[in-house]
Ligand binder design. Structure first.
Ligand code: PSU
Ligand code: MN
Length: 310
């Protein structure tokens, strides 16, 4: 079946055709989440990590009004060099970018949509968007959460940053029936730190069990995503008091400057990076690589489970 506007790279197409494991990767993290050239180096390293663990990477973006699953090295370099010149694209942006033939860096929500269309079931990123602190006033809730409620793709992430209200984020996910699994942890990780003080719904200790849970959800026809929350490796975790101070300061600056809407997450990320003298960036890079490995293992497990069941 051909999906309108969708282009698969030859590697991704071949893998999907023969039911080999594929891992989707997002591009907002490249264009808006890290500075050039670290963003490109990281994106390429993440792809190598996926390959090294038995799956085919499919970095997702919008180029010239086409949805791309699987970018070439030149295309990844383009997304990284363009940086915030490329529009951050979530669900609401897709129709306009496609109709106008424009480029877009896909958020978790938009990457899930494209992965879902392509038939890719497992996706690795750094952190998901969520309910912002102060959302009771601003109503700022990331479209990522709605997407998790409706699109059947598993998202491996290091939890969410405590720039968000993590408690409300978990409440929202519960309301919408999105299972939150802690990978070898009982706590929802807070991106830079391994713990948040908030429990996950379930702990799972192996990629194969996580894959079994995905199969069970979708075999029942329960549409929607699953979060596999994988804590930042111990060696790169940041001291929680320090990161909380930095986040509070970045939030206060955003408020003073009137930064909001889609600009708030990129603003906070780059201020946190400056205020931690790059330590947060190193943590960010390492946790994405760590998630890529787990996602590849889950994708491999998902294929094995599929052949056992089928
Ligand atoms: N959180 C991070 N790093 C990121 C993002 C979120 O720790 O790069 C990006 C992701 O692409 C995510 C998006 O999908 O920000 C959420 O933006 P918003 O809150 O505007 O929906
Ligand atoms: Mn928002």
């Amino acid at each position: 079946m051909t999906i309108p506007y969708l282009d698969l790279s030859p590697e991704v197409q071949a893998a999907l055709k023969e039911d080999s494991p594929v891992v989707a990767l997002e591009s907002t993290i490249i264009s808006h989440g890290m500075p050039y050239p670290k963003n490109v180096e990281t994106a390429l390293e993440v792809e190598r990590e996926v390959k090294a663990h038995g799956a085919v990477p499919a970095t997702i973006a919008i180029l010239g009004g086409r949805l791309k699953a699987g970018l070439s090295e030149a295309e990844i370099n383009y997304m990284g060099k363009q940086g915030s010149m490329v529009q951050k694209a979530s669900r609401r942006d897709l129709p306009v970018l496609l109709a106008r033939g424009l480029d877009g860096a896909t958020t978790v929500a938009a990457t899930m949509i494209v992965a879902g269309l392509a038939g890719i079931r497992v996706f690795a990123t750094g952190g998901i968007g969520g309910v912002h602190r102060g959302a009771t006033q601003t109503m700022d809730i990331s479209a990522d959460l709605q997407e998790l409620a409706r699109t059947s793709v598993a998202v491996v992430c290091a939890g969410a940053k405590s720039i968000l209200d993590l408690e409300l984020t978990l409440e929202y996910l519960e309301t919408h029936g999105v299972p939150v699994l802690g990978y070898q942890t009982d706590e929802f990780p807070a991106f830079y730190t391994r713990s948040s003080g908030l429990p996950v719904d379930y702990r799972t200790d192996t990629p194969l069990e996580a894959a079994r849970i995905l199969h069970a959800k979708w075999a029942l026809g329960l549409a929607g995503g699953i979060i596999i929350a994988n804590p930042v490796p111990e060696a790169y975790a940041m001291p929680s008091a320090k990161i909380e101070t930095v986040i509070r300061r970045a939030l206060a600056e955003a408020e003073a400057r009137g930064v909001k809407g889609k600009a708030i997450t990129p603003f906070l990320l780059s201020r946190i990076e400056e205020l931690t003298e790059g330590k947060s960036l190193e943590a960010n890079i390492q946790l994405v690589i760590n998630n890529a490995r787990l996602a590849a293992e889950v994708a491999v497990g998902f294929g094995l489970e599929g052949s056992l069941n089928g």
